[in-house]
Design a protein around this ligand. Structure first.
Ligand SMILES: Cc1ncc(COP(=O)(O)O)c(C=O)c1O
Length: 353
């Protein structure tokens, strides 16, 4: 498959912006090419020079950790930027469509709406797995992207690998697998399958297991053509120097992050066990993520009760297939204990006769 054939005509023809950092890459002692302030920055650290537009040092570090060559990596201002760029590259506004499988991460739809792209929804089944027949029926010649989220937000489960492979093999557009929560999963990532599927984009992020949500670093893994396209259309300096430096430093601490991840998974299973003892809990769904989707007796009133106690969870009780559900992020053991203690004291409001 030639993914360049799927591009919007204007993107295929685009002459990208060429920055000062693109045009001169060598060593020099006087830089007067980018209208920067040569005096410095009014800070302890100098940020007066534009950063590396392609973030090579950071990509090389990520490549080493993930086992994927740096040329197959694109970095975005959060994975949210990667999602938006995929729309801009492949979807003609008012003409093309994408498929999403609700309940799922909200930005796929919001980004589609921003870009004036039709969203075709093929809901997950009752086990929160893909409806492959529904997806096949929803695809037409204007379907450019299918978003699959695994482990899925807000349900927490991984999608069955064979189902994802069916979509990858059967669809002639781009399949985006969002693996934001992959570090918490038993499932294997799809990043090793990039050579097999030229139409595959895998999204990951430093916002979850790596604890760097405020730095805004999302990762797209794809074919060389795909990475080329994303680089062509991104803002020239989309990742700040401060973010690049801090992320590089953070990535040295893989052992700490792995220990946290193990602890979060243990805490998740402890919470599952403890929740199952609570009368207000009706169901706890399987989770491969750092949160649990919990079906409760009351939904919103329990959410409001927790807010009043200073504990914020995510109310998903009005989301399709998640009626009555709260999405609860796994916190530290102390935070989880506080949550459990408040939930044990919850008294449902009684109606008056
Ligand atoms: C499935 C999924 N993808 C992507 C994101 C956004 O990640 P980032 O912080 O990298 O933009 C989230 C955030 O909650 C998410 O749940």
């Amino acid at each position: 498959m030639d993914i360049l054939q799927l591009l919007r005509e204007n993107i295929r023809k685009l002459v990208p912006y060429s920055s000062a950092r693109d045009e001169f890459k060598g060593e020099a002692s006087v830089f007067l090419d980018a209208n920067e302030n040569s005096f410095g920055s009014p800070l302890e650290t100098a940020y007066n020079r534009y950063p590396d537009p392609l973030q090579w040092r950071l990509k090389e570090k990520i490549a080493q950790i993930k086992g994927v060559p740096p040329q197959h990596i694109f970095l975005g201002n959060g994975s949210d930027e990667c999602i938006d760029l995929l729309y801009r590259a492949f979807c003609n506004p008012g003409k093309d469509n994408v498929i999403i499988c609700p309940p799922t991460y909200g930005m796929y739809e919001v980004s589609a709406n921003i870009n004036d792209v039709e969203v075709r929804k093929v809901s997950l089944d009752a086990a929160y797995q893909l409806n492959l027949t529904g997806i096949a029926e929803a695809v037409d010649e204007h379907t450019k992207l299918i978003f699959l989220c695994s482990p899925n937000n807000p349900t927490g489960n991984s999608l069955a690998r064979e189902d994802v492979e069916m979509v990858l093999n059967g669809f002639e557009g781009i399949v985006v697998i969002d693996e934001a929560y992959i570090n918490f999963a038993k499932q294997r990532s799809f990043i090793q399958e990039l050579t097999e599927y030229p139409n595959l984009v895998v999204l990951q992020t430093l916002s979850k297991a790596w604890g760097l949500a405020a730095l805004r670093i999302g990762i797209a893994f794809g074919s060389l053509d795909m990475i080329d396209v994303l680089n062509k259309i991104k803002a020239p300096y989309n990742i700040s120097q401060a973010s690049q430096e801090l992320a590089l430093k953070a990535l040295e601490n893989i052992e700490l992050v792995n220990n946290w991840t193990r602890e979060i998974v243990q805490e998740r299973e402890r919470l599952r066990e403890e929740f199952s003892q609570l009368p207000l809990v009706k169901n706890i769904y399987p989770s491969d993520a750092n949160f649990l989707l919990v079906k409760t007796s009351d939904g919103k009133p329990i959410y409001d009760y927790l807010v009043a106690k200073g504990i914020i969870v995510r109310d998903r009780s009005r989301v399709e297939l998640c009626e009555g559900c709260l999405r609860i992020t796994v916190g530290t053991a102390a935070e989880n204990d506080r949550l459990l203690s408040e939930l044990r004291s919850y008294q449902p409001a009684t109606g008056h006769a």
